[in-house]
Design a protein around this ligand. Structure first.
Ligand code: PAF
Length: 285
């Protein structure tokens, strides 16, 4: 597996692959990889001839009081996982390689005029999706992948990137991959590492609430407001859980809906101590 730290190295290698007629997949990550990331790499290996994984904690998507400094990293562990899953090149740039202006800032951002990035997570993380779109656009320009792979746990991120690709005419196919869960149901996240033992136990309320929500929908619930209220009450039964949001939105536009239909995204963000965790499901029928 090639370890590249500069944009020039990545460009040169990708160019060689493309000249040889090989397709290229990109899995953007912030490192501290787990089985959820591995599932994205596995999917990319199945669908593409060569797979690039970016491993970069992107400063522009963190707000001033967020966990940038504390964000966990283990590049050696990441490389071992990536190698074992058939990644061809890991791109691990420095902050100054990605943001040459210094201090992890840039004069040019990709921002969305529509209010999609201001819904859900955007209500408490106002600059987050500007940073995500900017770094993902840069990675698309550097790697020029045929396909890029993102997890459905970050459902709003996935919807925003699909919209950015459409609006800016990127020739990249976006592949969404299902949430991967621990044996007891907790959705995998690098931020699970912040949980203390009691918080780790309490966080099970998230996946239990997803199951409850799915059961209510399967039983015929069509009223989004009632479903959200039931899910909120369930989460509130856990004393260590602090709800950021539970919402039912259109899965493409992220706008609130009152009726549950096929494609409605039911998403939540809940804090347990220092960890803010996400989970969601999409209404299928
Ligand atoms: O989902 C993530 O880990 C990040 O938001 C991403 C897409 C790698 C951009 O930094």
């Amino acid at each position: 597996m090639i370890i590249a730290t500069t944009i020039a190295e990545v460009r040169q290698q990708v160019q060689q692959w493309k000249q040889a007629g090989l397709s290229v997949g990109l899995v953007p990550t912030m490192g501290y990889l787990h089985a959820g990331h591995a599932s994205l790499v596995d999917r990319a290996v199945t669908l593409c001839d060569r797979v690039v994984v970016s491993d970069f904690v992107n400063p522009t998507q963190f707000g001033p009081n967020e966990d940038l400094a504390a964000y966990p990293c283990d590049f050696e562990g990441d490389c071992a996982l990536l190698d074992a899953h058939g990644c061809d090149m890991v791109f691990h740039p420095s902050v100054s390689e990605m943001y040459p202006d210094g201090n992890g800032k840039t004069d040019t951002y990709v921002t969305m005029v529509d209010d999609m990035p201001r819904q859900l997570c955007g209500k408490t993380r106002p600059i987050h999706f500007r940073g995500v779109c900017t770094v993902v656009a840069k990675l698309f320009n550097i790697v020029t992948p045929d396909k890029a792979f993102f997890g459905e746990k970050d459902a709003q991120q996935l919807a925003i990137i699909r919209r950015m690709v459409r609006d800016l005419s990127y020739g990249v196919e976006i592949v969404g991959c299902p949430i991967v869960r621990e044996a007891d149901g907790l959705a995998m996240s690098s931020r699970n590492t912040y949980l203390t033992a009691p918080e780790r136990q309490a966080a099970l309320i998230l996946s239990q609430t997803v199951v409850l929500g799915k059961e209510r929908v399967a039983a015929g619930e069509k009223d989004a407001d009632r479903l959200v209220a039931q899910m909120k009450a369930n989460i509130a039964s856990e004393p260590l859980a602090e709800i950021d949001y539970v919402a039912a939105v259109d899965g493409v536009t992220m706008q609130s809906v009152h009726t549950l239909t096929k494609g409605t995204l039911v998403a939540m963000a809940v804090r347990f101590g220092k960890a803010r965790l996400l989970d969601n499901f999409t209404v299928e029928e």
